[in-house]
Structure formats: structure tokens, C-alpha cells
Design a protein around this ligand. Structure first.
Ligand code: GLU
Length: 480
């Protein structure tokens, strides 16, 4: 059996979007599962679309995602270079080989001629197709024109009749009339290849056995197989992965502000949760299991579990899953990750370890933390209506009485520990004949201004400290 070799081949056009991350993940997993090699190739032949710094961002994203590649621009390998713009000469050589084989031809048509032909086609309601105008120029004449410096491209010579097809693992055998295909440019006037050509040359030269990419390449794949056939090369196994949708109506897309992988990390999602979630966007283990580490996925990922209908990116499901991962974190790890968010909310001065204990079970995404704890730094505005709680039998009137009663009790506490606050307050309430809730609910509202908080009255009073607790209490009583 031949060694499995897969590649992830992003174009450096910005952050890794989630559809891209999924392709990278499946490609990686398939190689690992089969004891093969995973290759990173940078497809930068469309230099107009290139975003400066994007190549480094790709390395970084792959690193953050934990998708280690065996060969790639920054790690080397036998089949390099792994950046397409550094493989110029190879494409040129192979493009001319195709010309010799009759499967491609130089074309000198000017932009004006092509624009006119395109307009004419559009006016007739047809899709523009190159008319093979330059196919009939004898090769030696073409070579003379090139030698004289005339600009040219090399186009694929697609058969005008018969069927062109290819096989895909998910979509089966796909066939189209060759006549519907266009003689696409393989080598541009700047000497760089188009994707249509470079992907075939590189996949072959790099020994890629399984090509996994988005379904947007399904319609061009018959053309790629024509190229493999013309060269007499063995074709890879194709797996076209269905798009990742935002909802029923549209694709997940950065243009609409959908998050990239890095955005999710910045928002406080955990790498492992994102990977777990993404793995299940279009693949299933065919049982009910939902939680997988990357290492576990490496053991079980298979093509049989792939789904060919589009996957929907349900951010609520990701939130839920992330929450499950957060709860399972060892406390020290949770604390390390939560601390910067506490600081961001301006509550770095409280007992953050205690706060973290109260918060771990309530955190779904780390980015939610500031909004949940900010009240410890700054007393929110609140309405006295908040004192009304049917079950606790409290309202503003009860609150007034309870707070007046509890204030001197709190003032009398010497050592401001959570245990002390608890014991002293509970003892006083028991003696007073009031119900616990009728004191504790108003107290918590009076010092937090919120209906829902991490921890109850004792924890919050403790975190605020004695001075701040009494200050808030006074202010709230004045409002009653
Ligand atoms: N460079 C292509 C892209 O970013 C990759 C397609 C492929 O994997 O062949 O969409």
C-alpha cells in the first residue's frame, strides 16, 4: 500500500476561516489515522488577493489548532518548495510539456478582444467561453511571437465533444459534457500558474494521494482529470467537502462578520472545544459520542463518517460545548485563563481565586466573564423593583426593614472572611425571626445591583470587602 499523503493548501488571503479550519482538520486527521504524511502548501499565485502577513498567520493558526504538518514551507521536506510562487519554473516547464502534448496552447488574445467576446456572449444570455481562436496558430509561429516579446497565456485545450468526468468519494462519479467546459488559462501572462493548473502539478509532484477541499472545486475537477490524463499521471482520490453554512440561507463568511478561528480564540473559546466542534461539522462517528480530543480523532476519523449535505455552524452548540470543556478544566488552568478577563473587567483587586471558584461552573465562554463580574468593580444602576421576589416574599418594603437590621450586624464583623460573614449574619437572622431569604435576597441586590450573580450575599460581600460592602449598602438604603 502506498503511503497516504494529504495536503492543506490555503491561499494567504487572511485569517483561517472555520470552513478552512475544517478542511485542514479533516486533511490532517486522515493522514494521521492512516499513518501518512500531512503537508502544508501555500497557494499564493493570485498575488492580487494576497494579504501581507497572511502566510505567517497560517503558520500560527495551524500551530494554535495543533495541526502539526510533516512538510511545509517553514518545516521543509523532500518535495519543496512548498510555496507556489517559488515553483514558477516548474509550472512553466509542465505547461510547455502540455503544449507539446497538444493538451494546451499559447494564446495571444488581447483583453479588448476577450472583453468584446464576453459582452457579446452576455448580450445573447450565454456564459462566455473562449472560442479557441489561438488554438490554430502553428506552434513555431507562436514561439516566434513569444520570443519577440508578445504577451501570452497558456490555455487548456478541452475536447469539444464527449464526456469529461471524475470520481469523488462523497459525490460519486460526476460527468459533464466537455463542450460545456472553458479553455481556462493555465499559465498567466505574468508567468504564474492559475489554481487550475498549479493544484494538479503540485499534487502530482508532491505525491498527494488524497485531495480534500471544498465543493466549490467540484465543477472544475473534470478539467483537472483531463490534465492528469494528458500527462499520464495517476489521479488522487478526491474528497470534496460540503460548505459550512451559517444557517439555511447562507455560507459562513467573513464578509458577514462570521468569526474566524482566531476570532473564536480571542473571544475566549478553548482550542480543544473548537476542534471538537469543527470535527463534527460534517463528520460523525456514527454513534452518540460527542466529546473527542484531537488525539482521539486521530484514531477514529474516517471517510465513511463524512456527510455530503452542508453543515450548519450553530454557535449556540459551540457555546454549550465550550462550557462543558471549561467546567472540566483543572482549577489552576481555569484560573490562569480567567485572570486576564477578570483584569479586563477591572476586578483584579478582589480575591480572584475565590472569584474563579465561583465562576468556573458558570462560564461558557471566557469572553462572557467581564460582563458577569464587572459589578464587583462598579455598582450597576438598578431599580428598587429588583427587591421584589415572590418566592422569597420580598419587596422594597421588606428590603428596607432587612437592610436596616443587617447593617449594624455587618459593621460589627471584625475579621472580614467569608466564613465569618456567613456565621455572624446567619446567627443574627435566626435570632431576628425573619426568613433567610428575606434578608439575604435584599442584601445581595443592595450590594450587587443584579438579579443574578456568581455566588450569593456572603460571597459577594466578602469579595467586595467591608468598606465597599457598607458603602454600597448605605447608598442602596438611601435609595429606598
Ligand atoms: N488554495 C485553495 C483555497 O484556498 C485550496 C484548494 C485546494 O485545497 O485544492 O481555496
Amino acid at each position: 500500500m502506498k503511503e497516504v499523503r494529504t495536503r492543506f493548501a490555503p491561499s494567504p488571503t487572511g485569517y483561517l476561516h472555520l470552513g478552512g479550519l475544517r478542511t485542514a482538520l479533516y486533511t490532517y486527521l486522515y493522514a494521521r489515522r492512516n499513518g501518512g504524511k500531512f503537508i502544508l502548501r501555500i497557494e499564493d499565485t493570485d498575488q492580487e488577493r494576497e494579504v501581507p502577513g497572511a502566510v505567517d498567520m497560517i503558520y500560527q493558526s495551524m500551530h494554535l489548532a495543533g495541526l502539526t504538518y510533516d512538510e511545509g514551507p517553514d518545516v521543509g521536506g523532500e518535495y519543496g518548495p512548498y510555496i507556489q510562487s517559488q515553483r514558477r519554473d516548474l509550472y512553466k516547464e509542465y505547461a510547455w510539456k502540455l503544449v507539446e502534448l497538444g493538451a494546451a496552447y499559447p494564446c495571444f488574445c488581447t483583453r479588448e478582444r476577450l472583453d468584446e467576446a464576453r459582452k457579446a456572449a452576455e448580450a445573447k444570455g450565454e456564459t462566455f467561453k473562449y472560442d479557441k481562436h489561438c488554438l490554430h496558430i502553428p506552434l513555431d509561429e507562436a514561439k516566434k511571437r513569444i520570443a519577440a516579446g508578445e504577451p501570452f497565456v497558456i490555455r487548456q485545450n478541452i475536447p469539444t465533444e464527449g464526456k469529461c468526468g471524475f470520481d469523488d468519494v462523497l459525490f460519486g462519479h460526476i460527468e459533464v459534457d466537455c463542450a460545456t467546459l472553458d479553455d481556462n488559462v493555465l499559465l498567466k501572462a505574468d508567468g504564474l500558474p492559475t489554481y487550475n493548473f498549479a493544484n494538479v502539478v503540485d499534487d502530482h509532484l508532491m505525491g498527494i494521494t488524497h485531495v480534500m477541499r471544498g465543493t466549490e472545486y467540484l465543477s472544475s475537477s473534470p478539467k483537472y482529470d483531463l490534465l492528469y490524463d494528458a500527462f499520464g499521471w495517476e489521479k488522487p482520490v478526491y474528497v470534496h467537502l460540503p460548505v459550512v453554512m451559517k444557517d439555511q440561507t447562507r455560507k459562513l463568511s467573513k464578509r458577514y462578520g462570521d468569526p474566524s478561528f482566531e476570532d473564536l480564540l480571542h473571544q475566549g473559546y478553548l482550542r480543544d472545544a473548537i476542534i471538537n466542534f469543527i470535527a463534527l461539522l460534517g463528520w460523525s462517528p456514527r454513534n452518540d459520542r460527542e466529546f473527542f480530543t484531537l488525539e482521539e480523532l486521530e484514531q477514529i476519523f474516517d471517510l465513511e463518517g463524512l456527510n455530503k449535505s452542508p453543515a450548519i455552524f450553530d454557535v449556540n452548540k459551540l457555546r454549550w460545548m465550550n462550557g462543558e470543556y471549561v467546567r472540566k478544566l483543572p482549577f489552576e488552568e481555569y484560573y490562569r485563563l480567567a485572570l486576564p478577563w477578570f483584569e479586563k473587567a477591572g476586578v483584579g483587586h478582589v480575591d480572584t481565586r475565590r472569584l474563579a471558584e465561583l465562576m468556573q461552573g458558570r462560564t461558557e465562554v471566557f469572553g462572557d466573564i467581564p460582563d458577569m463580574v464587572r459589578f464587583l468593580a462598579e455598582m450597576p444602576e438598578f431599580d428598587n423593583e429588583l427587591y421584589t421576589h415572590k418566592k422569597m416574599k420580598t419587596d422594597a418594603e421588606v428590603a428596607k426593614k432587612a437592610l436596616t437590621f443587617i447593617k449594624p450586624v455587618l459593621e460589627g464583623i471584625g475579621e472580614w472572611t467569608e466564613a465569618n460573614i456567613h456565621d455572624v449574619v446567619m446567627a443574627a437572622v435566626a435570632e431576628s425571626g425573619m426568613k433567610n431569604g428575606q434578608v439575604l435576597w435584599p442584601l445581595r441586590i443592595a450590594i450587587s445591583g443584579l438579579a443574578s450573580t456568581p455566588g450569593g450575599a456572603f460571597e459577594i460581600a466578602y469579595l467586595l470587602g467591608k468598606d465597599e460592602t457598607l458603602k454600597r449598602l448605605n447608598a442602596s438604603m438611601a435609595k429606598l
